[in-house]
Design a protein around this ligand. Structure first.
Ligand code: PLP
Length: 383
């Protein structure tokens, strides 16, 4: 099997599995208890906090462990909305993941205004539109770091500048689920207030993530109870998952995988780019400033993405037609449409996403299979 759907989830590193299993045996004490073994677990958790904070330029006291990226996004958005005493506006990009886009709909129902930032043909937010939409009544600006569908790296420093000058009261939320540890981001330097990350996208376990917050910005907790995480996220610590997440962050940091991922992606792309009818969506794949190292959105003219995906699966190659959570709904991607792709092209798209465990040989075999399958399938072009 060649697994090329790492933006849906990644296979955990062996060290992560070992850490999790070891922690389930040894570090299962309730980290909030007062006896020595529990204090040891608490200390181990603190080390993970330090490691996460360092990896994102966050403050150690600004790490809130969550169950996933979705929960972090919810906490940032709803937790901000609940601090407000009067209607304000929330600004988000047109290509946000449902973890953000659906959550903002709840903010709308609370009586706030929602403003949507359009993207250009490469799938990047247009800063000129942001200048028009962000103002003194903006409570929160939400923009993903990397598009889960095209790999477009978003212009976060431009957005940060605009927020600083036009809306210093606004909080800046970045969904870092697809970018964390593959595209550099320093929260402190960039002026990001909330950065949501997810364990299972970085070869860590599922069921664990974090919201890294600027401790100076108030949030209303969405999970109340025993007061863990400084009251920001109640619930007994899942120490094995947290420690395994720490291990994933350590290994990702040590591997610094961006360059290798980019070389793999370009190896695949260079096999395909000359083939008539195959195009890449989003920024130029070669453009290291604009295109994330690990995601390639490909359109196959005349062939539905779903058909291509199934054909590749027949060859043992796993890709997706869009983001994993929406692909089973068989909808044409709203993010691709918002970039100006026509329905047919958007419908003829697959997403290839790479992880640290992919190899050069896999790129060669996948490209060969894509070219061969396309050669066969395009003869049955849809009308
Ligand atoms: N944000 C983005 C950009 C994603 O791609 C995903 C998952 O694919 C999520 C949020 C949700 O993350 P999680 O699965 O950890 O809830």
């Amino acid at each position: 099997m060649i697994y090329l759907d790492n933006s849906a989830t990644t296979r955990p590193f062996d060290g992560v599995v070992d850490r999790m299993a070891g922690a389930m045996r040894e570090s299962w004490f309730n980290a909030s208890a007062a006896y020595a073994p529990a204090l040891t677990v608490e200390k181990e958790i603190r080390e993970c906090r330090r490691c996460l904070a360092k990896a994102a330029g966050a403050q150690e006291n600004g790490v809130i462990f969550t169950s996933c990226g979705t929960e972090g996004d919810n906490l940032a958005i709803l937790g901000t909305a609940e601090t407000l005493h009067a209607p304000m506006n929330f600004v988000l990009s047109a290509i946000e993941h449902p973890a953000v886009a659906e959550t903002v709909k709840r903010v709308l129902r609370m009586g706030h205004e929602v403003r949507v930032l359009p993207v250009d043909s490469a799938g990047r937010v247009r800063p000129d539109a942001a200048r028009d939409l962000i103002d003194e009544h903006t409570a929160l600006v939400s923009c993903m770091q990397v598009s889960n569908e095209t790999g477009a790296i978003q212009p976060l420093s431009e957005l940060s500048e605009i927020i600083r000058s036009a809306a210093p009261q606004a909080r800046f939320h970045v969904d870092g689920v697809q970018g964390f540890l593959r595209v550099p981001l320093n929260m402190g330097k960039l002026g990001v207030d909330f950065y949501a990350v997810s364990g299972h996208k970085i070869h860590g376990p599922k069921g664990i993530g974090a919201l890294l917050v600027n401790p100076g910005k108030r949030l209303v907790p969405q999970m109340t109870g025993g007061g863990q995480e400084g009251g920001m996220r109640s619930g007994t610590y899942d120490a094995p998952a947290i420690l395994a997440l720490g291990e994933a962050v350590r290994e990702m940091t040590a591997r610094a995988p961006a360059e290798r991922l980019r070389a793999l992606k370009l190896r695949l792309w260079h096999h395909l780019k000359g083939i008539d009818g195959i195009t890449a969506n989003g920024p130029e794949p070669e453009d290291a400033e604009l295109a994330a190292p690990h995601i390639l959105s490909l359109s196959f003219e005349g062939v539905r993405g779903e058909v291509m995906r199934n054909a590749l699966e027949g060859e043992g190659i796993l890709v997706s037609t869009g983001s994993a959570c929406s692909s089973h709904k068989q909808k044409v991607s709203a993010a691709l449409l918002s970039m100006g792709l026509d329905r047919e092209k958007a419908d003829g798209t697959i997403r290839v996403s790479l992880g640290c465990l992919n190899t050069e040989e896999e790129m060669d075999r996948a490209a060969e299979a894509m070219a061969a399958q396309y050669g066969v399938l395009k003869r049955f072009q849809r009308r």
